[in-house]
Design a protein around this ligand. Structure first.
Ligand code: GLC
Length: 448
């Protein structure tokens, strides 16, 4: 059975490879996405390390001079009409050696240092040639990963709290999560934008799964205001409509610093600044994004100062941080095991993206209920980091079972486990390789 899964995963990754990068899905997402590249590289490392490095390098070749790594790198071979919002909508000026309209101006969670380290670890075990290539790639990527972290920690610390803010729900990677509902309610929805610009996602995916028109109007409006100010981050908290601190985004930011400490040690740089930064971000998450009453992590809207009322999957991702206080780690595990989410021991399934008991829980609509493999993969890592080995193993086997039974889908129905969204989705395939192969405790859990 597992051999079949391994083989089908490699076929998906073969099919979705496009010249010098991986697309998340041929029809729905025909360009390169930032955090998808990180998840994908982790799986590619087992079957084609050269492509894993190529994919990560393609992404970082599109890094902006200010350090931001764009959330989409546009493939010039893909027609404008094949994806919306495409290059013309974002209208990014030329930068570095890149032509205009080559990327978006938003970011996604910075999981790349973690991915780079995982690829390095695997590749170095594959003989001298691979090890040499891996060392060279690490040297090329290290300063770029540092610049990415610097951009997020300096330009995006909108309130000076030590946390990075996202300026658009798309930056979280959890596009229409209920975690953004309260902050989005304050963003003007200009429905005319949907007349001026045509959504394309509804042509290639089921409308019942996708964000609502009102959400989409707000998404477009937020991009336009950010774009019209040249994608500048000055005075974000005062002038931008959506400025939010997300617990998952920041946990990934801190995990990246911890991993950079390992990378720094290999390339001869100083690991200490990374360890120190990871400590500061972890403390800030633990203090600012913790709702003491419900004992859960929430996103914080900087415009109102309020924590979101929604209990969503992003509140569980801080578990990946070894420095998280144990009582908060235990509270995350309690929340995951509760009827609001449910662990495989009781549901037979990985964890859904949103609170099953909420009236807003929606079994089909993207990040408002369905099961996603990438966040479950992070959750399992967190369980390993904090010593929840039995639960981690249960979650690993539940993910493998789900993908074996339903296929390499983009997301899954949280009650039936049926596959929904794109049927041959890159990160589901890539992470299934990692889940089949890797049972080790992540490097970030160990001291440097
Ligand atoms: C959707 C997802 C996002 C992902 C992208 C490409 O926008 O919400 O996380 O990166 O698709 O797969």
């Amino acid at each position: 059975m597992s051999a079949d899964l391994w083989n089908s995963a490699t076929v998906v990754l073969e099919t979705n490879w496009a010249h010098d990068h991986m697309v998340p899905s041929r029809r729905l997402y025909p360009h390169q996405w930032s955090w998808d590249a990180a998840f994908t590289a982790i799986g590619l490392a087992y079957v084609n390390p050269t492509r894993a490095w190529r994919d990560l390098r393609s992404l970082f070749e599109a890094q902006w001079p200010d350090g931001r790594v764009p959330h989409i790198v546009f493939d010039p071979r893909t027609a404008e009409g094949d994806y919306f919002p495409g290059p013309a909508f974002w209208d990014v000026p030329a930068y570095g050696r890149r032509a205009a309209r080559g990327s978006t101006g938003l970011v996604q969670p910075p999981l790349h240092a973690v991915a780079v380290w995982e690829v390095y670890r695997r590749a170095s075990a594959h003989g001298a040639d691979c090890a040499h290539e891996a060392g060279e790639q690490l040297k090329w990527l290290y300063p770029r990963l540092v610049a990415q972290q610097d951009y997020l920690s300096l330009h995006r610390d909108a309130a000076g709290t030590g946390l990075a803010s996202i300026v658009h729900p798309w930056e979280s990677g959890l596009d229409n999560s209920p975690s953004w509902d309260s902050a989005m309610a304050g963003v003007p929805a200009d429905m005319n934008l949907l007349v001026r610009f045509q959504r394309r996602d509804l042509e290639v995916a089921d409308a019942a799964h996708r964000p609502l028109d009102i959400d989409y109007a707000r998404y477009l409006g937020l991009v336009l205001t950010y774009r019209d100010r040249g994608y500048s981050d000055t005075d974000l908290a005062e002038r931008h409509g959506f400025v939010v601190e997300c617990p998952a985004f920041n946990a990934i930011l801190a995990a990246a610093e911890l991993t950079l400490a390992h990378i720094a040690a290999v390339v001869g740089a100083d690991p200490r600044r990374h360890v120190e930064r990871a400590r500061c971000i972890t403390t800030a998450i633990s203090q600012r994004l913790w709702d003491a009453e419900s004992r859960t992590f929430r996103s914080r809207d900087l415009r109102t100062g309020q924590l979101s009322p929604a209990r969503a999957i992003n509140g569980m991702v801080p578990l990946i941080l070894p420095g998280l206080p144990e009582d908060q780690a235990a509270a995350i595990m309690a929340e995951a095991a509760s009827p609001r989410f449910g662990l495989p021991e009781t549901t037979g399934l990985p964890v859904p993206s949103f609170d099953r008991t909420s009236p807003d829980f929606d079994t089909l609509r993207y990040w408002r209920g369905p099961i996603w493999i990438n966040v479950n993969w992070l959750l399992r890592r967190g369980m390993l980091v904090h010593g929840y080995r039995v639960e981690a193993e249960d979650l690993r086997t539940a993910m493998i079972r789900l993908i074996e039974e339903s296929g390499h889908y983009e997301y899954f129905h949280p009650k039936s486990g049926e596959g929904i969204g794109a049927p041959t989705f890159s990160w589901t395939a890539a992470l299934s390789l990692d889940l089949l192969a890797d049972q080790a405790v992540p490097a970030s859990a160990r001291a440097t």
